[in-house]
Design a protein around this ligand. Structure first.
Ligand SMILES: *[C@@H]1O[C@H](CO)[C@@H](O)[C@H](O)[C@H]1NC(C)=O
Length: 296
């Protein structure tokens, strides 16, 4: 192949890379809970579903997912899932997405569930992310940007276990144990709590004693629909580490000397932003041509 053909080819590949919109992000999802969590992922309307929309994560396990540039959607944890022995139907006590398999395939979380919400490469090229308890709570979870930049590119979420301390009128139990905590909207359906009807504006929908229960425990998470100022975070060019139960459960980790051991196991290797497939293709092809050069 003549060198000018080769250079045209490389220019074409670079053009494809440019047009395809730059970089994708990596989500690393880690389960530090003492029980299995089944993450569910739902893309927003108009955004393609990711290659996986649900899977199991054993305690201590992590899974990394490549997320396309401009993806928007939500991610949550399902708990107490099982497959029915006779029907084969998969279902979960909390966060169930209505599908009969482990994949959610377009189904959203049944409240109450803690949600991580993302809009990647939104306004000004920034990623917007938050952890929301607007639809209630089922698991402690954090979203930690890795390697991004920006004024409030910091960890958000809710590290506290609210299932036992949940007010009784909001509490969801299974086998006499608190497994989730409803929002006041879900529990009472009152427009005042739901920010609907006459309360559908930031001026009319105010925090309630119930939303304040969530806000006091988890100051960075959304506690009601218009909690934007303190609950939305932004980053440029970050990857994201999403952790269920970021703080080890106090009862099970107390060591002999009464100290809490340092949290284990989250890889802190630098998560540089993943160049998309075209970059890899370009590099691979360049490497191949490089090796062939002496032949010409
Ligand atoms: C983070 O920055 C965005 C954009 O400037 C802003 O809207 C939001 O209120 C900030 N969030 C926090 C928690 O300060």
């Amino acid at each position: 192949m003549a060198f000018n053909q080769l250079s045209k080819f490389i220019v074409a590949l670079c053009l494809i890379q440019f047009i395809s919109g730059g970089y994708s992000a990596t989500f690393t999802i880690t389960n530090k809970c003492s029980n299995t969590v089944w993450p569910g992922i739902l893309s927003n309307a108009g955004t393609a579903q990711l290659p996986t929309t649900g899977f199991a994560l054993q305690p201590g396990e992590s899974n990394s997912i490549a997320v396309p540039a401009s993806w928007s959607g939500r991610l949550w944890g399902r708990t107490l899932c099982s497959q029915d022995a006779t029907t084969g139907k998969f279902s979960c006590v909390t966060g169930d997405c209505g599908s009969s398999t482990v994949e959610c395939a377009g189904g959203g979380a049944a409240p109450p569930a803690s949600l991580a919400e993302f809009t990647l490469n939104g306004a000004n090229g920034l990623d917007f992310y938050d952890v929301s308890l607007v639809d209630g709570y089922n698991l402690p979870m954090t979203v930690a940007p890795q390697g991004g930049t920006g004024g409030n590119c910091t960890t958000t979420g809710c590290v506290v276990d609210l299932n036992s301390g949940c007010p009784s009128e909001l509490k969801v139990t299974a086998s006499d144990e608190g497994v989730a905590c409803k929002s006041a909207c879900e529990a009472f359906g009152d427009p005042m709590y739901c920010c609907s009807g006459a309360y559908a504006t930031p001026d009319t929908c105010k925090p309630s004693s119930y939303s304040q229960f969530f806000k006091n425990a988890c100051p960075k998470a959304y506690s009601y629909a218009y909690d934007d100022g303190t609950s939305t975070f932004t980053c440029a060019a970050a990857d994201y580490l999403i952790t269920f139960c970021p703080v080890p459960p106090a009862t099970s980790v107390k060591s002999a000397n009464g100290q809490y051991p340092v949290a284990v196991g989250v890889s802190s290797s630098s998560h540089s932003r993943t160049p998309n497939v075209f970059v890899f293709a370009t590099i691979t092809l360049l490497a191949a041509f490089w090796r062939l050069l002496p032949i010409f």
